[in-house]
Design a protein around this ligand. Structure first.
Ligand code: ADP
Ligand code: 5GP
Length: 185
């Protein structure tokens, strides 16, 4: 499994979506989440959108490999069933998740996992990118930026760090890292 983590707005979704086009042997792990669906998102494709109550029920039933309350009342988690389903198909899994979730999965899966941190050039760039994505309110941008400073401190714990300044360079580097990992065994 290949895990991409970063503060919100660093560019992990952009990189992961690119890798999915380049490597047909990868499949995206669809997480469950309790935040509202954004315009342009599809249930079961971007996330399994479930209510907060349903999410808490699944926690109780031990259905998650990992989960985090990434923002207040916004839970995100990887269902064990999702991992099993993708591996059964003989595919490698690619994840887009927050920093604590990424480190958690990396620890659980050891050598079968590669954890990559996407580093933004600066906090100011993060803010600009979140603004330009036009998916967030001023409050949710402030929450995301508030969390980013703590998340940046964890970068060194990852197997690889990709600086996403120039997107083309970042995509090339991501391709190389994923190619090497998939071909190392
Ligand atoms: P994340 O998934 O980490 O929250 P996204 O992939 O959604 O981040 O990227 C946030 C925004 O920044 C998007 O609008 C994306 O198109 C843009 N973006 C990504 N990489 C770059 C880059 N290197 N330079 C400028 N904008 C970028
Ligand atoms: P967004 O609301 O922008 O889609 O996601 C917010 C944050 O939650 C991002 O950092 C995203 O990567 C993270 N995230 C998405 N899915 C999961 C997951 O399954 N587990 C964890 N821990 N974080 C996730």
């Amino acid at each position: 499994m290949i895990i991409f983590s970063a503060p919100s707005g660093a560019g992990k979704t952009t990189i992961v979506q690119h890798l999915l086009k380049v490597f047909p042997e990868l499949e995206f792990s669809v997480s469950a989440c309790s935040r509202p669906m954004r315009k342009g998102e599809t249930n079961g494709v971007d996330y399994y959108f479930i209510s907060l109550e349903e999410f808490k029920e699944k926690i109780k039933n031990n259905e998650f490999a990992e989960y985090e309350e990434v923002y207040k009342d916004n839970y995100y988690g990887t269902l064990k069933s999702e991992i099993e389903h993708i591996w059964k198909k003989g595919k490698h899994i690619i994840f887009d998740m927050d920093v604590m979730g990424g480190l958690n999965l990396r620890l659980q899966f050891g050598e079968n996992a590669l954890a990559i941190f996407v580093m933004p050039p600066s906090i100011e760039h993060l803010e600009q990118r979140l603004n330009s994505r036009e998916t967030e309110t001023p409050e949710s941008i402030a929450r995301r930026i508030g969390k980013a400073e703590q998340e940046l401190k964890k970068a060194e714990l990852f197997d690889k760090i990709i600086l996403n300044d120039n997107l083309e360079h970042a995509l090339d580097e991501a391709e190389k890292i994923v190619f090497d990992f998939l071909n190392k065994k």
